[in-house]
Design a protein around this ligand. Structure first.
Ligand SMILES: NC(=O)c1ccc[n+]([C@@H]2O[C@H](COP(=O)([O-])OP(=O)(O)OC[C@H]3O[C@@H](n4cnc5c(N)ncnc54)[C@H](OP(=O)(O)O)[C@@H]3O)[C@@H](O)[C@H]2O)c1
Length: 336
């Protein structure tokens, strides 16, 4: 085996989990502004299977061209093996984690032994958590952070003309739908950290998990529609989002807000009539925000739950697990 190659999971075509190929690819070359990370663990996220599927659930105009063969994934935790000459603040041997180059792709990516990552996308891994838990944090944590705490950039919003604005959470009632998933379980904890009263919505199997994470109330959506139970809510973070998100409008107070995490455009007239703001954003890589989030992980204020772990070679099984639904926390691939 050449020393210039590494094990990866690549796609040569779109399809189900069976199109994930474990194969050799060149170790990425370091460009200015980048560090080379020896990957220890990879967090998997819905955009990984959207790409694998050929983005078939997205409107055609949203589907980016995909240059096959392509390595999947954005979230890594690992150890820095090389640093470009212009990079400050990181050294060889540092343990780091990050969401690499999201939302762009086509260059070096996460399902691999090495990733060349813009240094600005990374933060030092919290010393108190291992690579498996750190790898689960970046996309889900940054999504919850950018929706709920601070947007952290001035890039145009691809989902709406307005800038997304998080709201003050202290003393507010926040409902998190899809609360046990990657984004949801971190959002529950961030809202609690900010002093909100949190209503978690998930299937019943997750009740004790979510109560342990701090949820004040729990609604099992398999027994009753949450929109029939919750009322006078200040903010709904709907991680399920999509076409059904508008049902939450009636749970909100006048002046409240609905944040669909997955593209969903509820009836604008009804939202206006109820005096409710609807706002979305697309998560973006952000090393400094991840460093702030990492301090909460290090302190144990927020914890990343691990749904399941698979070796990189079994990425197909990890995607099959994801397709089974009912994810509690994060699915992670281990690389070393
Ligand atoms: N805007 C952005 O930039 C951005 C960033 C990240 C993710 N996303 C999107 O956000 C969504 C969630 O991502 P994720 O990583 O958190 O996904 P995930 O880890 O797969 O979690 C989804 C959760 O939703 C729950 N769920 C499924 N059906 C439900 C229902 N009808 N009502 C309530 N909960 C239900 C599932 O468990 P149970 O059914 O057992 O409760 C699961 O825990 C995805 O669509 C993803 O594409 C958007």
């Amino acid at each position: 085996m050449s020393t210039d190659t590494m094990k990866t999971i690549r796609l040569h075509e779109f399809g189900g989990p069976e199109v994930l190929r474990y194969e050799e690819a060149p170790i990425p070359e370091l460009k200015l502004g980048e560090v080379l990370v020896r990957v220890h663990a990879v967090g998997i996220n819905p955009p990984d299977w959207y790409l694998r599927d050929g983005y078939k659930d997205l409107p055609p105009e949203w589907r980016p061209p995909v240059p096959f063969p392509v390595i999947l994934g954005s979230d890594v935790s690992g150890v820095i093996e090389a640093v470009a000459t212009d990079v400050q603040g990181f050294s060889v041997g540092d343990e780091v984690f990050g969401m690499v180059r999201f939302p762009s792709f086509g260059e070096s990516a996460a399902y691999a032994e090495y990733v060349a990552a813009p240094a600005s996308d990374l933060a030092l891994k919290p010393a108190g958590i291992d690579h498996v838990h750190a790898a689960g944090a970046p996309m889900s944590g940054l999504t919850a952070w950018q929706f709920l705490i601070e947007l952290g950039h001035n890039e145009p919003n691809p989902l709406q003309p307005e800038r997304h604005r998080p709201l003050p959470l202290s003393g507010k009632t926040v409902l998190v739908n899809g609360a046990a998933g990657g984004v949801g379980h971190l959002a529950v904890q961030l809202a609690k950290w900010k002093g909100a009263h949190v209503i978690a919505v998930a299937s019943g199997m997750h009740e004790s998990f979510l109560r342990e994470l701090g949820a004040d109330e729990f609604i099992d959506y398999t027994k009753s529609p949450p929109e029939d139970i919750a009322h006078d809510v200040d903010l709904v973070l709907d991680t399920l989002g999509g076409p059904t998100t508008g049902r939450f409008l009636r749970t909100l107070k006048r002046g409240g807000a609905l944040f669909p995490v997955f593209l969903g455009y509820p009836d604008a007239e009804e939202a206006a009539k109820r005096g409710v703001i609807v706002s979305m954003t697309q998560v973006r890589s952000n090393g400094p925000q991840l460093a702030e989030f990492g301090r909460l992980l290090d302190a144990g204020t927020v914890r990343v739950a691990n749904d399941s772990t698979f070796p990189l070679v079994d990425a197909r099984k990890a995607h099959e697990r994801a397709a089974g639904g009912h994810i509690q926390g994060k699915i992670v691939l281990t690389v070393v």
